[in-house]
Design a protein. Sequence first.
Length: 160
Amino acid sequence: MSKVTLDAVRFPQKKLLEGALFEAVEADAPLVLELLFVSEADIRALNREKRGVDAVTDVLSFPAAALKAGEPVRAAEHPDCVELGKRTRRMYLGSVVICKKRAKEQAEEYGHSFEREVCYLAVHGFLHCLGYDHETEEERRVMRAREEEIMQKIGLGREQ
């Protein structure tokens, strides 16, 4: 049985989010996702350096492995992403970087809480680390449905 742990972050919905992410993926090892909050300057620098886009954005994802959307995560297929401890092993999925200021602005723009926006951006980044994308209309439809499903489990869906 797998478990998702969000490293390096503290916010009220952390446990709810970890639980919902745990239910969203089949994995044979505990999963770790690094979630970081940064300034506009930092996310702009990352966006420029990693994507060649010189602009502030809300969220960036840095998957550790090339996973396929909707498929089970098998640690043995990605040994370079597995940490071995004394009694356990964990698979590192990657990093999700959120611009705190953009999240606050978007929460105001969309008329919902900052916490909902942060959770949505974390879910969005998590799904990218699992191989989901939104380059085509079909990919966007599938990814949005998964986002909404996870957000509903947290109790932060669009209707809530």
